[in-house]
Design a binder for this molecule. Structure first.
Ligand code: TXA
Ligand code: MG
Length: 348
């Protein structure tokens, strides 16, 4: 049985969240909202409870989790040192969508870090999440709440569909505000390095540290630093491709590909990062087997809509999704990272 609790961010109260905190304390698994995406969490210091998350998500055992905290004292319980750069970033971005990788203390269970000597930590900017951690009196290890490989859950409705009956408690806080995961920044090497782009951009971090930040790109055959990098992720059931090129090329490629696939009898989904349907594609709007979704030219709006849009295409039963590519600057770097992974790297 799963207990579903409705909790609004603007009206958080202890008594509503107490049953969820109790579940965490006795080694249960709780799904909770954050400002980025939903998390599926357990007591970070309880190895058995953490193992349950891997089983429920079918997450590969070598992919470590993010440990969520509600106060800075919790960070000291988890990491050996807090370098000067980490402090600056914490001042600037916590609570918020930035995860820091630091050397872990020995007592942090290997289950939470997949055996790595480091731990990923973040303080979410969501009052329900913070209250849950506080009432549980322990840091909560939680990956995104989605079956491994699928788009991350950004709405209470999604996580209930995917996990009802599989976890102890689901806290339904409606739609998450940002809709895209946190940036994961490795601070254990010589230079700060983004191992997963996310809502806080490279430019944001560079301006706080006044130095260059690297973006980690795994080389072929190399064991990735952030194990999550190597899996196909965020993938809808439909086949997906990213359409690249300048404006003219993109529209031409989309038009030709859609017409060809329609002729083959396929149902097509188009995801456009703009605010109107361009004239070149206007004729497709009236075609029954072509579903066009406008996902905004504004990077923040586009980020918040991406995962739910991918899920909607599956509900519509489309066979192939064509996603518009964008120049990978600012938040578009993280958005395109998710889009390309969802497409398994397939470009058109
Ligand atoms: O916004 C978010 O980050 C959400 C919410 C729930 O907080 N969480 C999330 O967790 O997206 P997850 O597990 O889906 O992604 C965590 C990423 C993975 O790519 C994982 O490989 C990486 O962080 N990671 C975790 N611990 C690491 C470590 N010690 N070293 C390198 N990468 C690590
Ligand atoms: Mg995830």
């Amino acid at each position: 049985m799963t207990l579903v609790i409705k909790a609004r961010e603007d009206a958080v109260d202890d008594s509503t969240l107490k049953p969820a905190a109790r579940a965490i304390r006795v080694g249960g698994v709780v799904i909770f909202p954050t400002e980025t995406v939903y998390g599926i969490g357990a007591d970070a210091f309880n190895p058995r409870a953490v193992r349950k998350i891997f089983e429920i998500k079918k997450r590969p055992a070598d992919n470590p989790l993010i440990v969520h905290i509600a106060k800075l004292e919790d960070l000291e319980k988890l990491v050996k040192t807090i370098p000067h750069e980490a402090r600056k970033l914490i001042d600037a971005f916590w609570p918020g969508p930035l995860t820091l990788i630091l050397p872990k203390k020995d007592h942090v269970p290997k289950e939470a870090t997949a055996g790595l000597p480091t731990v990923a930590v973040r303080m979410p900017a969501h009052r329900v999440a913070l209250k849950l951690i506080e009432l549980s009196e322990t840091p909560i290890a939680a990956p995104s709440a989605n079956p491994a490989g699928k788009p991350s859950g950004t709405d209470g409705r999604h996580v209930i569909e995917d996990f009802y009956g599989k976890v102890d408690v689901i806290i339904d806080g409606g739609r998450t505000s940002l809709g895209l995961e946190s940036t994961v920044l490795d601070l254990t090497g010589e230079k700060p390095r983004i191992v997963r782009p996310g809502f806080i951009t490279r430019e944001d971090i560079e301006s706080v540290l006044s130095k260059e930040v690297e973006i980690y790109v795994p080389k072929k055959n190399e064991k990735p630093v952030s194990p999550g990098m190597k899996y196909r992720h965020y993938a809808p059931d439909a086949e997906m491709m990213v359409v690249t090129g300048d404006e003219r090329e993109k529209l031409k490629k989309m038009k030709n590909a859609v017409e060809k696939m329609l002729w083959e009898g396929k149902k097509i989904g188009l995801i456009l990062f703009r605010d109107d349907i361009p004239a070149e594609l206007a004729h497709l709007e009236r075609v029954e087997n072509c579903v066009i979704k406008i996902c905004s030219s504004d990077e923040r709006l586009a980020a918040s809509k991406l995962f739910s849009t991918l899920r909607e295409f599956d509900e519509d039963g489309v066979d192939t999704i064509l996603a518009e590519g964008k120049e990978e600057r600012g938040l578009w770097l993280a958005i395109m990272n998710r889009v390309k992974k969802a497409a398994g790297g397939k470009l058109l």
